[in-house]
Design a protein around this ligand. Structure first.
Ligand code: F6P
Length: 499
């Protein structure tokens, strides 16, 4: 039997009176798929947001409102499927928002992923500022707000996630919902110079000001956000406190928007214990044995795991590997780059182009260097099970993570959490949020600089075991000391959720 709101509320009260959480994100942790002749199938949704929040919701309980990844189905159908396939098994409920194909095209593929995503990752020249996208974004945000208004009870804490849903709090206020609401942005926040290219940048800022609390991944993101506020308002007073920066805006023209809010820097994390457990499982061990047996003796494995995205710096990574093989020919036959690319947003034109570009480059580099018995780049496009992924993390000698810009990059954290033997090296872009936490324990690189990246791979290849261990131990400790659960606790405290 699915657990109903009242039961969940009792559960929370039993757990010490914490407010019930209403999570709101574009995607639910489950993606539904209707298979001809078989019926409904559920797949785990990909991505950092789900990886971080699902374990927290399983432990804490609550309601999660979002889109289950399928088009043109009624809310009733989606709710029935979720009730039968998910809501009976766990202590939190999934509440679906249904989207039409037209809305998915305008709101998700259009405004979210052809406008905000490239803009916030510093690629404003790639944006498609189609005004229909903006209309669709507003309409779908309104739809999400209606669903939240339906499920939220007095006293619930509403926590909205990410760039798809900036307008939800504003819409909730319009609907008369007065619960405390917070927003966490999983992606970077750009400088004012870039942000203000958006034709609707003022509307986005006003919408953000409807939240009581805004969490951002890094100090840089926070500085950029403040910079945008000072661009728009004559008077922005900031007061730094333990839980963030309190902001007061001295502009009387704000009407229904607030003049006070708090922003905090709260880097997201992972469920360290769960990752360690899966990494140490029998199934993972079997995969590891299989993978190790597939490499020639003494092969150094450089691993990349990235969602298909032009922000991940995949062409730059391949170019750096090519540079390594040119500069250090003695490594030919002894080192491989194993690159996994997880399918994502393939209906957005730039993603389809990116896929073609990386596949062309892999072919070109392999054509240049392949010898009998050795292929330099092993490229795999598809999804993996968690034990398979953990096995790859552990078999790898080096992880090469090269985003041109990334809110956090949880692959870097997972890689460290899975390093039970503590023997591998992490090479990390300085433009990933994770770099601010790992600092020089990782080999930090500028992904545009293919020569230095190539030399960093060489440095990792030649690094003495003791140094590898020391660096990896330090990074593992950083992740262990700040898990997804700590992140949520800190967020809720900073947002005043339980006060
Ligand atoms: O924050 C980035 C994000 O929106 C996360 O939800 C996740 O890591 C990834 O992008 C998934 O993207 P999508 O939901 O578009 O498949």
């Amino acid at each position: 039997m699915p657990m109903r709101d009242s039961e969940l509320k009792t559960k929370q009260t039993d757990q010490g009176g914490a407010r019930r959480l209403v999570m709101v994100s574009n995607r639910l942790p489950l993606s539904l798929e209707h298979v001809e002749g078989e019926g409904w199938r559920t797949n785990p949704a990909a991505g950092g947001l789900v990886a971080a929040l699902d374990p927290v919701m399983r432990r804490r309980g609550g309601v999660w409102v979002g889109w289950p990844g399928v088009a043109d189905e009624s809310t009733e159908t989606l709710r029935d499927v979720l009730d039968s396939q998910h809501n009976g098994d766990v202590d939190y409920r999934l509440e679906p928002v249904s989207l039409t194909s037209h809305e998915i095209s305008g709101f998700y593929e259009g405004f979210s992923n052809e406008v905000i995503w490239p803009l916030f990752h510093n690629r404003f020249t790639s944006c498609n500022f189609d005004p229909h996208y903006w209309q669709s974004y507003q309409d779908v945000n309104h739809r999400f707000a209606l669903r939240v208004a339906e499920v939220a009870q007095a006293g619930d804490f509403i926590w909205v996630h990410d760039y798809h849903l900036v307008n939800v709090a504003d819409q909730l206020r319009e609907l008369g919902i007065t619960n405390r609401s917070s927003f966490f942005q999983h992606i970077p926040f750009p400088t004012a110079d870039i942000f203000c290219n958006l034709p609707w940048w003022r509307e986005i800022v006003y919408a953000l000001l409807s939240y009581d609390f805004i969490g951002l991944q890094t100090v840089t993101d926070r500085i950029n956000f403040l910079d945008v506020l000072t661009t728009l308002f004559d008077e922005v007073k900031t007061t730094a406190g333990d839980n963030g920066v309190d902001i007061e805006i001295g502009d009387q023209g704000l009407a229904r928007h607030q003049q006070q809010l708090r922003i905090g820097t709260l880097p997201i994390s992972i469920d360290y214990d769960h990752i360690s457990e899966v990494a140490g499982s029998k199934e993972t061990g079997e995969y590891m044995a299989e993978f190790r047996a597939s490499w020639r003796d003494q092969t150094t494995v450089v691993l990349g795991v990235d969602r298909l995205d032009y922000t991940k710096g995949l062409p730059e990574k391949f170019e750096a590997f090519r540079e390594l093989l040119r500069r250090h020919p003695e490594l030919r036959g002894r080192i491989v780059l194993q690159q996994h690319v997880i399918p994502s947003r393939q209906r957005v034109p730039q993603y389809a182009e990116q896929k073609q570009e990386i596949e062309r480059l892999v072919g070109e580099i392999n054509g240049e260097f392949t010898e009998p018995g050795w292929v330099p780049i092993h490229y795999m496009f598809g999804r993996m099970s968690p034990p398979e992924l953990m096995a790859h993390y552990q078999v790898a000698d080096i992880a090469l993570i090269t985003p041109l810009k990334d809110g956090m990059n949880l692959v870097a954290k997972e890689f460290c959490a899975a390093q039970i033997e503590q023997r591998s090296v992490l090479i990390l872009s300085e433009f990933a949020g994770t770099a601010a936490e790992f600092g020089e324990n990782a080999l930090l690189i500028n992904p545009h600089d293919v020569v230095t990246t190539a030399e960093s791979i060489y440095e990792a290849y030649s690094m003495p075991e003791e140094e590898r261990r020391r660096r990896m131990q330090a990074m593992r400790q950083i992740v262990k000391n700040h898990t997804a659960f700590d992140w949520v606790d800190q967020f809720l405290e900073a947002a005043g959720a339980d006060s």
